[in-house]
Design a protein around this ligand. Sequence first.
Ligand code: AMP
Length: 240
Amino acid sequence: MTDLLMQSADVARVGPGPRVIVLGRQGAGKGTQCARLATHLRVPHISTGDLFRAAIAAGTALGEQARSYVDRGALVPDELVLDVVAAHLGGTEARHAGYLLDGFPRTLAQGQALFEVLGAAAADLAVEIDVRTDDVLPRLSARRVCRECGAATSAPDAEEVSCPQCGGIAARRDDDTEEAIARRLALYDEQSAPLLVWLADQGILLTVDGTGAPDDVFDRLRGVVEPRLARLHAAAPERS
Ligand code: AMP
């Protein structure tokens, strides 16, 4: 699997900015928090889910290959995922500014591939936004995502609403069906658990309570991420 990441020669020359991995059960508010944190840290937000959805919407070859997996709530095969990630981590912006990885790595194999190729520089820290399955189910069934700007909003009583960010139409995601939600949540528990243990063993895993209002969750997120990045900067000032 690492061969695929290696194929992008640029990938090994990542830049000095912060490199953060964010994990969380579907519906934990990960997309919203990642967008805010990436803006706050001034790093590119690389969401594999968004990249697949954009490829599907654009009808590209990648989109055609990924569609059946994404719609079913199944994991896209590693070859496709790693191709997409390598293409984005090889970009000049990611190399120089660092990055926030959202939705990747999702399995132990993906995590190990990332660290094998980039070494310890692959991530300064990983944060899990922790929300219990019972709490994310109502959030997911009420989630509407803007077709224009991708912002998520909650609308338990309507299939489509106007996006509060841009005025576009926000609707249910194709993979927010009951069946696909159940599959994605089961996969998270099954596939991400060993990854979380491994990240904890690397000494880079932090956990944030994801319950409550988005502003409160973001404050908690900043509260753990900023001191950790500041300590890394103090230990190796040339890195930031
Ligand atoms: P997300 O927006 O993170 O919930 O991702 C939506 C869908 O994209 C997932 O249900 C998977 O089908 C696919 N996907 C995103 N990231 C990955 C990944 N790292 N590995 C495999 N499949 C992925």
